[in-house]
Design a protein around this ligand. Structure first.
Ligand code: GAL
Length: 371
């Protein structure tokens, strides 16, 4: 028996040799490094239980970091940070009018996206707080268990919420993210990971040459403020039909004059039974890198970094609009206002569970996704 992966606790996310910084609440921020037998390296920090770096070899074995991030905590705390790599919650995506009703009570949330609420709030949303962390090492895999207790009323949400996010990297080249939550009062919960991928390497100009397949026949179109209309429509015959693999660059410009500007759509996955099923696959022919996404969730948001604005990221790289894509496994946006969408209300005594697996292969391996 050998430990294939090692976990190194580094002192902060700043450049090697420095002593690290503090989170918004003054807690020291730690970064953990997971390595597998095939030269994949994942770095995850306690601020926001955030994936800060993901190094994956290409078809020739040449490594590159394929997720957007910053070199230091100042970058993560700045307005340039558009949820890079973090855990999003309590409710990912938008809540119309920044309020909702539950059991006869109205809850008011922060309006941080025009008139609407986005990604859990402003100060103590799950992406900004510092989580507790416990690394583990098993045969053929290693990981970190992050925990955070969100007090009753935090960011306007009811109930004390105990959240666990576990990252595991194994030698099958899978980075697995397991989300769990328990509450003491009924409350909405919709967690996701917000990594921005560019399979050519973070900082490459666009993701037009990324070929995407999404295992979904339907999507939830949105209107003003990117709020879902409540309809569930077929993708067939639209630029969001990814049932057959298609290059992002082929049809993205057809969306410029729509509310989403580019791809920023919630897809209703074929699998709705909560089992771990194929959600999406992204192939980047030039590097040979392939990203496959499996999830237990009923939906996935494809977002092509339309709001990236040329901010400076890790290693001096510039992140232009459409230079990365997110594949966020989740429930439907604004589910609290749409009784026809699967409910996101977690009841006391129940456990919220969500698994997202990002797996990596290269073209030369000719791997086909698990179904
Ligand atoms: C995405 C969302 C986008 C944008 C982005 C953060 O999840 O779909 O509309 O808000 O987060 O900049």
């Amino acid at each position: 028996m050998r430990h294939i992966c090692e976990v190194i606790m580094a002192a902060g996310i700043v450049l090697a040799g420095s002593t690290g910084g503090a989170g918004e609440k003054g807690n020291a921020v730690k970064t953990f490094t997971l390595k597998n037998a095939n030269k994949i390296v994942a770095r995850i920090m306690t601020r926001g239980a955030t994936l800060t770096e993901l190094i994956v070899p290409d078809k020739n074995g040449k490594p590159a970091n394929i997720v957007l991030g910053f070199d230091d905590l100042a970058g993560y705390a700045s307005k340039d940070n558009q949820y890079f790599g973090c855990t999003v919650g309590r409710v990912a995506n938008r809540i119309a009018g920044a309020s909702f009703e539950l059991d006869g009570k109205t809850y008011i949330l922060a309006k941080n996206d025009g008139e609407n609420h986005l990604h859990g709030g402003v100060k103590n949303s799950l992406d900004k707080v510092v989580w507790k962390a416990k690394p583990f090492n098993k045969e053929n895999e290693s990981g970190v268990i992050f925990t955070y207790t969100s007090p009753d009323g935090e960011e306007g949400y009811p109930g004390k919420l105990d959240v666990t996010v576990t990252y595991t990297l194994n030698d099958k080249n899978e980075l697995k993210i397991d989300f769990e939550a328990k509450t003491d009062k009924a409350t909405p919960v919709n967690l996701t990971n917000h990594s921005y991928f560019n399979l050519a390497g973070a900082g490459a100009d666009t993701i037009y040459d990324h070929e995407v397949m999404i295992n979904a026949d339907k999507y939830t179109p949105s209107g003003k403020g990117l709020i879902p209309t409540g309809k569930i429509e077929p993708v067939k015959g639209t630029p969001v039909d990814f049932t057959k693999p298609a290059l992002i660059g082929d049809r993205i410009d057809q969306l410029i004059k729509t509310v989403t500007i580019g791809y920023d759509h919630n897809f209703v996955l074929r699998s709705q039974d909560g089992s771990l099923a194929l959600a999406a696959q992204v192939r980047h022919k030039p590097s040979g890198r392939i990203l496959t996404v499996h999830t237990t969730e009923p939906a996935i948001q494809l977002y092509t970094g339309n709001f990236l604005n040329g901010q400076k990221g890790k290693d001096g790289k510039t992140y232009k609009p459409r230079s990365a894509l997110c594949l966020e496994t989740q429930h439907f946006p604004d589910a609290v206002h749409h009784p026809n969408f699967p409910s996101i209300i977690l009841q006391p005594g129940k456990t919220y569970r969500h698994t997202c697996v990002y797996s990596f292969s290269t073209e030369s391996e000719k791997e086909s996704p698990k179904r």
